[in-house]
Write a protein that binds this ligand. Structure first.
Ligand code: NDP
Length: 324
């Protein structure tokens, strides 16, 4: 029996619930591989899992995304071999030095992509693929509104939208983040403390935008709705400030027959063929230079609680990696 270093919660709560522990790790079961993980992606979803906003049992090893090397194969695994570099997302238990995981959720990392970069983009980049291709294909010439434009998802969404010919207005909390959002490709930025709908109207000759990508949630939902043009799309895909308050369907009608959707990536990649399709699109966007990994913070796995404090405290930009 081998062991793994993990970060685990025994009850939901603040970052202080995150314990660095050593666990026994059994041999991989049928259909599984054992991974030696090299880079773990930090995601806001990890915060929701820790607090219990996204319910789940405890004790639980946090994290849903990592890159690593295949160390051993369980019975029946033929799609991978020992030594393959792979990345995954959507599998709980990623805050670990080693783990067992289903082989059919692994994607082999292209040779040109470093492990760390793969862990930085795999969940966030597929989320962007879902947003700009699968939910509603972004059209060239459209001006769109993106919240948290200097964050992890923002660092991929902004340049990829640009590559499709869209113009991005980014919302950020500080002037420094505004500078970074412009580097990512924002046409204009708005500070979250400003009157966002009024600024959007100013920038769009009074029209508003056809689509808003809103990951902030509670505090941004109403400003998002008021920034849309008639028949616009309110894509509310995160809750960094808390879950969006309930609203009557009539609110969408008042805004001009608006369309609202609350997507989750894992519904879009449940089928292996879709996971591969999204991955191919992401690697292609990296190959063309449209999308780059931008790792701006690194923490040792044992310090994952500090990483959570930074993410929740709006102190991070771009992607954050935990190193086992
Ligand atoms: P980010 O790096 O974007 O961090 C979150 C950002 O949200 C902060 O940096 C901050 O930017 C902004 N923010 C605004 N209000 C708050 C607040 N009250 N507390 C904390 N942050 C706030 O995180 P990720 O890239 O990991 O994720 C971005 C969003 O995308 C998250 O909401 C996440 O849940 C969502 N997501 C959804 C998925 C889905 O399938 N639906 C999949 C993946 C991610 P600023 O300081 O500029 O305001």
């Amino acid at each position: 029996m081998s062991t793994a270093d993990v970060v685990r919660i025994h009850s939901h709560g603040g970052p202080e619930e995150m314990k660095f522990e050593t666990m026994e790790l059994a041999a991989p079961g049928a259909g599984q591989v054992r991974l030696k993980q090299t880079a773990i992606g930090l995601n806001f979803i990890d915060v929701y899992t820790r607090t219990g906003l996204y319910p789940g049992p405890t004790p639980a090893v946090l994290g849903v995304e990592a890159a690593g090397v295949v160390e051993a194969l369980g019975e029946g695994v033929t799609s991978l071999k020992v030594g393959d570099r792979v990345v995954y997302n959507g599998l709980g238990g990623a805050y670990a030095s080693h783990r067992n995981a289903p082989a059919d959720r692994m994607i082999v990392i292209p040779e040109a992509v470093k492990d760390e970069d793969a862990a930085a983009v795999f969940l966030k980049g597929l989320t962007v693929w879902m947003l700009i291709f699968e939910i509603r294909r972004l059209n060239p010439g459209e001006t769109i509104l993106v919240w948290a434009a200097a964050g992890g998802v923002g660092s991929i969404l902004v340049p990829w939208a640009n590559a499709l010919g869209a113009r991005v207005i980014g919302v950020v909390s500080t002037p420094d983040k505004a500078v970074l959002a412009k580097e990512y490709g924002c046409w204009e930025t708005i500070l979250a403390s400003e009157d966002v709908p009024a600024r959007v109207k100013e920038l769009t000759s009074g029209k508003g935008v056809p689509v808003v990508y809103d990951s902030v949630g509670k505090t941004s939902a109403e400003p998002s709705l008021r920034s849309l043009q008639p028949r616009g799309w309110f894509v509310t895909y995160g809750n960094a400030s808390g879950p969006v308050d309930a609203m009557p369907p009539a609110r969408l009608n008042q805004g001009g027959s608006l369309i609202m959707t609350r997507p989750g990536l894992f519904h879009f990649t449940k089928e292996r063929a879709d996971l591969e399709r999204g991955s191919a699109a992401l690697w292609g966007a990296m190959r063309s230079g449209a999308v780059k990994a931008d790792v701006r913070q690194r923490f040792a796995l044992k310090d994952a609680a500090d990483a959570h404090r930074a993410l929740e405290g709006r102190k991070t930009s771009g992607a954050t990696i935990l190193t086992p």
